[in-house]
Design a protein around this ligand. Structure first.
Ligand code: AMP
Length: 302
């Protein structure tokens, strides 16, 4: 089933102990769409400037990604720069130049308005809600990511948008900030009162945790000897997770658990190289082999 994603398409600069890249294609919607396209058809809504060339667009071509919803505006594409600490666990944002993204008003092409699965990456909560309003029939599954910036500055708007989504997918510090609860299980209970019925907490090298009324499910991060660049790992996780669900058109407990594993698989590939370099050349058989590896990794007898 078709999967709609809305969010940033960007140029990124990253520095980590493993190297430095001055300008690489990135953006939350880009990582998400590429990761999800291994499982399903993706409809992408975003905005780029006139510095975004046909060579840049190649990342979407030859995949099941529709970019008729990628608006081209006069000016520069969103630019983000970040630097990672020695252990890659901490990141400082060095630059955020919104450029054409500052005036982004997502507009869904008619053919996207029947999307059954929707993912709203980290943008202003009002814009996220506006996207949901443009989808004609309530999607089978709508999920949302956000960040501390929106939790702090537009809390009321975010809470309004949360009433309309099924899954909230954020990291652990954002979960704590939004709920005012340190304990993640208690935080989940608070968040369920805001609207979502499922909380997926991304915990970087500690994996991810899903909480819903049926209970808790955890997946580890794939142990890697040499992760290079964590940029986009969360968005790739989200793409693997939502892509898997949209691909099988299922949202049962069993499917959600498998989606957690495919999310972790895509996130692990994303960090192996800088920017999109690893996802760009990834093959489906590598994804399934790593998913089997996850099964082995977590298997035990009692
Ligand atoms: P992540 O590592 O999952 O936080 O995602 C990193 C990606 O998000 C990068 O490719 C950036 O271009 C993009 N990004 C960074 N800051 C923002 C922002 N404020 N709004 C939208 N996208 C952003």
């Amino acid at each position: 089933m078709s999967l709609l994603v809305v969010g940033s398409v960007a140029f990124d600069a990253m520095e980590s102990p493993y190297g430095k890249v001055d300008r690489a294609l990135g953006g939350a919607a880009t990582y998400f769409a590429v990761a999800a396209s291994f499982f399903t058809h993706v409809n992408l809504v975003g905005i780029v400037g006139d510095d975004f060339t046909e060579v840049d667009a190649q990342i979407f071509r030859g995949r099941t990604i529709d970019i008729d919803g990628l608006e081209r505006a006069t000016g520069k594409t969103f630019f983000w720069a970040g630097r990672y600490s020695e252990n890659l666990n901490e990141r400082v944002t060095l630059t955020t130049e919104l450029n054409v993204f500052a005036a982004f008003k997502p507009k869904l092409p008619e053919k996207y308005r029947n999307s059954k699965f929707v993912f709203l990456t980290n943008i202003a909560p009002d814009l996220q809600r506006d996207v949901l309003h443009q989808v004609k029939v309530r999607p089978k599954l709508a999920a949302l990511d956000t960040m501390n910036y929106w939790i702090e500055r537009t809390n009321a708007e975010l809470r309004e948008t949360l009433k309309h989504v099924d899954i909230l997918m954020i990291n652990d510090s954002e979960t704590r900030e939004l709920s005012n609860e340190h304990n993640l299980l208690r935080a989940a209970k608070h968040i369920f009162k805001m609207g979502p019925t499922t909380l997926v907490v991304k915990r970087g090298e500690y994996g991810a945790m899903m909480v819903d009324k049926r209970g808790v499910f955890c997946v580890p991060a794939f142990p890697l000897e040499e992760p290079h660049d964590p940029t986009g790992a969360g968005d790739s996780f989200a793409g693997g997770f939502m892509g898997y669900l949209a691909g099988c058109g299922d949202k049962s407990d069993a499917a959600l658990r498998r989606a957690m594993v495919y999310g972790s698989v895509l996130g692990s590939f994303a960090v192996e190289k800088f920017g999109l370099d690893r996802l760009r050349h990834l093959k489906r058989n590598e994804i399934h082999a790593r998913a089997r590896h996850f099964a082995k990794l977590t298997q035990f007898k009692l």
